[in-house]
Design a protein around this ligand. Structure first.
Ligand SMILES: Nc1ncnc2c1ncn2[C@@H]1O[C@H](COP(=O)(O)OP(=O)(O)OP(=O)(O)O)[C@@H](O)[C@H]1O
Ligand SMILES: [Mg+2]
Length: 279
């Protein structure tokens, strides 16, 4: 029996002899014509902290390094990936399955907005339908020769994140936070969820970390002092990147030109991901 045993087998990932119930395997098979080497989930404890932005920038960074990159937009009710990349066309299908849409620089994307007739149509579906859609993005889409797939998760720990982690073979999680949140609690939740799902956390990204004054070059901590280093240390995690508040970034997102972002904030993360791919 594990030292940490609390007799709650359903929420425990350890495979000990004392397990009272069999673990159920909910994993879904990738489409037989697909090939995806590494899958990275981008999560956060709450909305609006920059998950979609970080997902997009990570995909652009890995794509610039020559890896074939994809984004699975698991945020079915609030999809923002197609807009950031300026995608207007719809996804096409064949008798074999659905094809992702390619961005200008060759990143493969699947999102519910690429399937709706009008991208302003709201998705008013119940939880299981939404979760089923995300599952189909994994099982029914033909993802050809993808080195890195990034999954833009909806906020929180609800139905959809649970389905993603149970049904898709996620290799690692990146947690996005911002300085003003109750970061400690949010990181603790993410760590516990990852432990329950048996998925390693690659590290933390602090978004809106500071603002660099263009006149003086001085950094200002708009949302207060950051505690990300202490929190990371407490959980034995790495701080992968600190992204400044930059009007150029939000403008690029709004104009559908995130592929043109300028900055090397994600180079250290890219090196870590590259190592994952080698193994
Ligand atoms: N560092 C930044 N600098 C400038 N603008 C930013 C930055 N981070 C995020 N934004 C802007 O803030 C808004 C929210 O970001 P984003 O959509 O990535 O958050 P999210 O966590 O995905 O939100 P949701 O939970 O709704 O999916 C976007 O308009 C984005 O362009
Ligand atoms: Mg988002």
């Amino acid at each position: 029996m594990s030292e940490n045993c609390n007799q709650s087998c359903s929420s425990c990932s350890e495979d000990c002899a004392e397990r009272k119930e069999q673990k159920t395997d909910f994993s879904e098979k990738l489409h037989e014509m697909s090939s995806v080497k590494k899958v990275i989930g981008v999560v956060s404890g709450k909305g609006g902290v920059g998950k979609s932005l970080v997902t997009s920038m990570l995909a652009v960074t890995m794509n610039r390094m020559g890896y074939h990159t994809a984004i699975l937009d698991a945020d079915v009710t609030g999809p923002s990936i197609p807009k950031a990349f300026g995608i207007k066309e719809k996804a096409k299908g064949s008798e074999f399955g659905l094809f992702p849409v390619k961005t200008k620089t060759g990143i493969d994307i699947m999102s519910v907005n690429l399937l709706l007739e009008n991208d302003t149509d709201p998705v008013v579906w119940r939880g299981p339908i939404i979760a089923g859609t995300v599952k189909q993005f994994w099982t029914d889409v033909i993802w050809s020769d993808v080195d890195f797939m990034f999954i833009d998760m909806p906020p929180g720990t609800g139905d959809v994140p649970l389905t993603v982690f149970q049904s898709i073979a996620v290799d690692g999680i990146i947690v996005v936070t911002s300085p003003q949140e109750l970061v400690s609690m949010i990181v603790s939740k993410a760590v516990k969820m990852a432990e329950m799902m048996n998925i390693p956390i690659i590290g933390l990204v602090e978004n809106m970390s500071y603002f660099k004054c263009p006149d003086s070059g001085k950094d200002y901590q708009i949302f207060g002092e950051s505690h990300i280093e202490e929190i990371a240390e407490k959980h034995n995690l790495k701080v992968l990147a600190k992204l400044p508040i930059d009007p150029k970034i939000s403008a690029a997102c709004d104009k559908g030109m995130i592929e043109l972002f300028d900055g090397n904030w994600f180079e250290p993360v890219a090196k870590i991901l590259e190592k994952m791919e080698e193994n």
